[in-house]
Write a protein that binds this ligand. Structure first.
Ligand SMILES: [Zn+2]
Length: 287
């Protein structure tokens, strides 16, 4: 059976529920609103995440994973995104926890996954959806979390395997934040901090994917979808406190909520001054 999908197809590969909304919420909402097909692959259910609301702190392990799956569905409704895939099926890969803890050795965790097996699961999705554009993290996973590093490795391996099997993804992007943008946002944050519900500010080092501005190839202005992004982040209530235009994770350190999202193209050809992930791609044909 041939399923006819919209002409523009975007695939995002993320480690845990909440990463999609924090990193790409505005981008996802924008492309979904424009009629592109947006597919999210989430690799784990985040069973080892720290829970913020006291009334939910009893949740751990599989119960937390199930709860976060519900949060993820609610977030995607806010973003207008319908196509969610859990890599290998729900619960196939467990959250590995922060780098360096004994949980990293759990054979069921994503960090211990066989790379090619995990990549083949992603290739199935790629061959079904045939996206022109894939978004994931850099090789450090943005900030060194094992599941983010593994998501990167699986995504990049799947791009290769899918090409061997007849679908070449035209553009691959890594999530980025330009250093100048991050610095300016943190400067504003210092001024705003007294009026925020967060006692302290995070630092630039807490923001994943910050690089020198020259490396940024693409800026996607999602400011028209800022409310959807904030609502999606709020849906991840176990993980995120939102006070627009800021948010905090379980460490309660305020950081900027970006509604223009930035990318570095690592496969394919970037157009000068790109503001569209599909720039330069002929999307008239779906075959
Ligand atoms: Zn994550």
């Amino acid at each position: 059976m041939t399923v006819l999908l919209p002409a523009r197809r975007l695939l995002l590969v993320h480690a845990h529920p909440d990463d999609e909304s924090i990193n790409n919420g505005a981008t996802m909402a924008r492309y979904a609103a424009e009629g592109a097909h947006v597919t999210l692959v989430t690799c784990t259910l985040g069973e080892r995440g720290e829970v913020i609301p006291p009334e939910l702190r009893h949740l751990a392990g599989a119960a937390l994973g199930a709860h976060r799956r519900g949060e993820l569905s609610a977030a995607l409704r806010e973003l207008g995104v319908a196509d969610l895939r859990l890599l290998g099926g729900a619960g196939r890969y467990g959250d590995s926890g922060m780098m360096g803890i004994p949980d990293n050795e759990d054979p069921a965790c994503f960090w211990q996954a066989d790379l090619d097996e995990a990549a083949r699961s992603l290739v199935e999705v790629i061959l079904g959806v045939r996206p022109q554009v894939l978004v994931t993290y850099d090789d450090d996973g943005g900030y060194g979390h094992p599941d983010h590093i593994q998501a990167h490795r699986v995504a990049m391996r799947a791009v290769e395997l899918a090409a061997e099997q007849g679908h070449r993804i035209e553009k691959v992007y890594w999530n980025r934040v330009p250093r100048s943008v991050a610095e300016a946002a943190f400067a504003r944050l210092q001024d705003d901090l007294p009026s925020l519900p967060f006692a302290k500010s995070a630092s630039l080092a807490d923001v994943p994917g910050v690089v020198d501005d020259e490396r940024i190839t693409t800026a996607v202005d999602g400011s028209a979808h800022a409310a959807a992004k904030a609502a999606a982040m709020r849906a991840h209530a176990t993980q995120i406190d939102v006070a627009e235009p800021y948010f905090a994770l379980s460490n309660e350190l305020a950081q900027p909520l970006f509604t223009t999202e930035y990318y570095e193209l690592v496969r394919g050809r970037a157009q000068p001054g790109e503001t569209d992930l599909f720039a330069g791609i002929a999307t008239g044909e779906t075959s």
